[in-house]
Design a binder for this molecule. Structure first.
Ligand code: PMM
Length: 298
């Protein structure tokens, strides 16, 4: 299981925010039953992983207490884990531990600090780059060289995770987390450099505000959240074409189509997982990347 060329298609992670205040879905799945139903819908649409989160990471959002976060996510993780691979989107060790006990097998960690939890539990871990916390991350983000800084940071964190024994380490540039529109575009243009580190790369652009700004109307009004599918698909395809192994999205069915096309093109041209990693043999995690349900034809 070294290169993406042997997989049916790149992976699609479906977003399931069990929060009252998510920017992207406005809290539509806050009710537990609605959240579980939505999870099954994501599975039916072809999601390889369902990413359950109980704390909003939108700019300006405040923290949520661990017991409240647990109350939100645990029943949803428990209900979905028998049916699909579940990741837990959290920055709290206690929430990650409990979610893994409830069936999650991937810790999606926007703080890139939870590798000890993933190592102890023997589950996968996503290290994402961000600047600051949701409360302050959009306060004048400054980078000298955003690509170099993000790549260096992620390589360092991923190395710590791998050294601690995490069996599956992903890296994610954290599009929209303490970055300007220009930073996001530069990072997306350089996904192949992240791929070249050898760690499997996850990218999340879905419905994010930079897409609204880039597709603003003539009077400068950003495209509303519900009007960002085209940009979401374009950027997901762009990332996958450069070798990203997974995209995190709200619109799963449409993205599965795009990911399938990327997989088909790779097979027909015999190309591997992008310009950077080749077969993945030199990767720090060669042989350990997850396949989810990517081998299932659809
Ligand atoms: N984006 C959000 C939340 N969690 N996790 C990873 N790994 N990568 C992301 O880009 C990411 C994330 C914010 O988006 P949402 O509010 O739509 O969930």
């Amino acid at each position: 299981m070294s290169g993406l060329a042997t997989e049916e298609r790149p992976l699609v992670m479906g977003v399931l925010n069990v929060t009252p205040d998510s920017f992207s879905d406005g809290g539509a799945w806050f009710d537990r039953r609605a959240a579980i139903e939505r999870g099954h819908q994501l599975i039916a649409e072809g999601a390889d992983i369902v990413d359950v989160g109980g704390e909003s990471t939108r700019p300006g959002a405040g923290p949520v207490a661990a017991d409240e976060e647990l109350r939100r996510v645990l029943p949803v993780v428990e209900a979905l884990a028998p049916h699909v691979r579940v990741s837990i989107d959290t920055t709290k060790p206690a929430v990650a531990e409990a979610a893994v006990a409830a069936g999650a097998t991937l810790v999606n960690d926007v703080s890139a600090s939870l590798w000890p939890v993933a190592a102890a539990a023997g589950v996968g871990w996503v290290a994402m780059h961000r600047r600051g916390t949701p409360a302050d991350m959009q306060d004048r983000p400054v980078f000298e060289d955003v690509v170099a800084e993000v790549t260096g940071y992620l390589t360092d964190r991923a190395g710590q995770g791998a050294a601690a024994g995490v069996p599956e380490v992903w890296i994610d540039p954290g599009i929209g987390f303490g970055k300007t529109v220009e930073h996001n575009v530069q990072l997306l243009a350089a996904v192949d450099q992240l791929v070249a580190t050898g760690y499997p790369v996850l990218v999340g652009t879905s419905r994010k505000s930079f897409l609204g700004i880039l597709s603003a109307s003539a009077d400068g009004t950003p495209a509303p959240v519900g009007d960002r599918l085209a940009g979401s698909l374009a950027t997901a395809t762009w990332a996958l074409e450069q070798g990203a192994r997974m995209v995190r999205v709200h619109d799963v069915a449409a993205t599965v189509q795009a990911a399938t096309l990327v997989g088909d093109r790779r097979r027909s041209t015999g190309s591997g997982s992008g310009s950077g990693s080749g077969s993945g043999d030199a990767s720090p995690d060669a042989g350990s990347a997850p396949l989810g349900r990517a081998g299932v034809s659809r």
